[in-house]
Design a protein around this ligand. Structure first.
Ligand SMILES: *Cc1c(COP(=O)(O)O)cnc(C)c1O
Length: 490
């Protein structure tokens, strides 16, 4: 199979096409009296935009169809964006989420008329408790980052109740950027804990630093290098001994689901990115769902309302005096909760375990295929993702960004690059469990080919991409001086 981009012509913007007098409809002359707002000869065009495009229906449909074919999504092929778990999302989940009996429901309907929706949320919480080993969840947070913020608000609520005001949250230097952002947003000060030579939290440094000014340690397990924190129990013990809490960023649950439970490792709070591990299409930034789970002691602080069960009836438990408030206008992104629920039920316990096993196997298969051509900064075995660097390509003057751009010429979406920050020139590959061995082989072959190109004709890689609608973009200028308005042809 030849891989590559399907477009054959360069597509401009819609202002480039069309012509005077063209429009998207053809109707006979009016044979009834015109109504009030109809002006003779008036055309339904906006006059606040200069040169508003005048296009026929065929032109507009073809333009947007061609644009849509320039996109690359998980339905095109492997999407190896590390830390994002861009797995294939079963279409049955989409059909269920679109079912009129769910999407026709209004969040202000009386409880008695939405018993099925409440039951679904109650059971989803039960599933998440079972999967993570925690005592209870709020389904409200609309993203992982909001789960983090909710967790930090809960930590502060607990410590306020204890009369124990602690200003600091410790974060390993490999953490995702949302971690320090959430810490800052919740009024804490983020302080970095370095990783050791194995890519894990430096336990000795943590032991020396941990004190009564530290509210919590916020870690990710497996961490963003794809490495399991083997000393997780000792880490939790060090933090707990000084009265701190352990928050786990659960974005990497795809590596553990059905195999190990963060709650059993000593973790106090954890968010789960349903849109990653439990299958919701999430390119382009959402919507998502980041339910937050906590241990028994923290249950009273979970946001209100929560769904409770009273015999055969499900209802909202509104009276939660210690709750940190609401974190969502209604009850969370219900459509995402529904997809996760369907995904969990359709996989069952054995299926979920196979998810983690497949994800780990696939990442390690790619690692084995590519470790000769690309430098691997840490020796520890990978879980669901593997981080390479551009160290072997550096002497040819080729950097990570060039390799990522060249991958597009070979028909693949690039991996996550320059993250985690502690790896210079990082390329973070997460194939997920939904890829076949043929797809993994094709991806590895593309990267091996690029490694060969770097040795033989580095200029080709340095100037990539060559087959995409636009070539190398000035990403710094695009970020610093964004242009949001069409200014006419150059
Ligand atoms: C994706 C991710 C987050 C943030 O989750 P969102 O749902 O995008 O807000 C946090 N930490 C890690 C490790 C992630 O991969």
């Amino acid at each position: 199979m030849k891989r590559g981009n399907s477009f054959t012509r360069r597509e401009g913007v819609i202002f480039d096409i069309g012509g005077e007098g063209r429009k998207g409809y053809a109707l006979p002359d009016l044979d009834v009296p015109p109504c009030d707002w109809y002006r003779e000869g008036a055309e339904p065009f906006r006059d606040d935009i200069d040169g508003f495009p005048r296009v026929s229906e065929a032109e507009v449909v073809r333009h947007f169809t061609r644009l849509s074919k320039m996109n690359y999504g998980i339905d095109d092929g492997l999407y190896p964006l590390g830390s994002c778990s861009m797995k294939y999302n079963p279409k049955i989940n989409e059909e269920l989420a679109r079912d009129e009996r769910f999407c026709g429901v209004h969040p202000l309907q009386p409880e008695s008329t939405v018993q099925g929706c409440l039951q679904l949320q109650w059971e989803l919480e039960e599933f998440l408790k079972e999967i993570t080993g925690l005592a209870g969840f709020t389904l409200q947070p609309a993203a992982g980052a909001q789960g983090e913020l909710t967790g930090l608000l809960i930590i502060r609520a607990l410590q306020r109740q204890r009369g124990d005001n602690r200003p600091v949250v410790l974060i390993p230097d490999s953490a995702h950027g949302t971690n320090p952002a959430s810490v800052r947003l919740s009024g804490y000060r983020a302080e970095e804990i370095p990783s050791d030579a194995k890519g894990c939290i430096d336990l000795e440094r943590l032991r020396r630093r941990m004190d009564r000014d530290v509210a919590a340690l916020m870690l990710t397990n497996p961490n963003t290098l794809g490495i399991f924190e083997e000393q997780i129990e000792a880490i939790c013990q060090v933090v707990h001994e000084k009265g701190g809490l352990v928050y786990c960023d659960g974005a990497n649950l795809n590596a553990l689901v059905g195999v190990a439970r963060p709650g059993d490792m000593g973790i106090d709070l954890l968010h789960v990115n349903l849109h990653k591990t439990f299958s919701t299409p999430h390119g382009g930034g959402g919507p998502g769902a980041g339910p937050l789970g906590v241990v028994e002691e923290l249950l009273p602080f979970l946001p209100f309302p929560r769904v409770i069960r009273d015999g055969e009836r499900y209802l909202w438990e509104e009276n939660r005096p210690n709750a940190v408030g609401r974190v969502h206008g209604f009850f969370g992104n219900f459509g995402i909760l529904l997809r996760a629920y369907a995904y969990i039920l359709s996989n069952g316990p054995a299926g979920l375990r196979a998810v983690a096993e497949g994800a780990v196997l696939n990442a390690n298969y790619l690692r084995a295929l590519l470790e000769k051509d690309f430098h691997i900064p840490y020796e520890a075995r990978s879980l669901h993702e593997v981080v390479f660097s551009d160290q072997k390509q550096e002497s040819a003057g080729v950097r990570t960004i060039d390799i990522a751009k060249r991958l597009m010429d070979h028909g693949f979406h690039p991996p996550t690059i320059y993250f985690p920050l502690i790896v210079r020139g990082a390329m973070m590959v997460e194939p997920t469990e939904t890829e076949t061995i043929q797809e993994l082989d094709a991806f590895a072959a593309a990267l091996q080919l690029i490694a060969a190109e770097v040795r033989e004709s580095p200029e080709l890689v340095r100037t990539a991409p060559h087959t995409t609608p636009v070539g190398r973009l000035d990403e710094v200028a695009a970020a610093r001086h964004p242009i949001f308005r069409w200014r006419g042809p150059e």
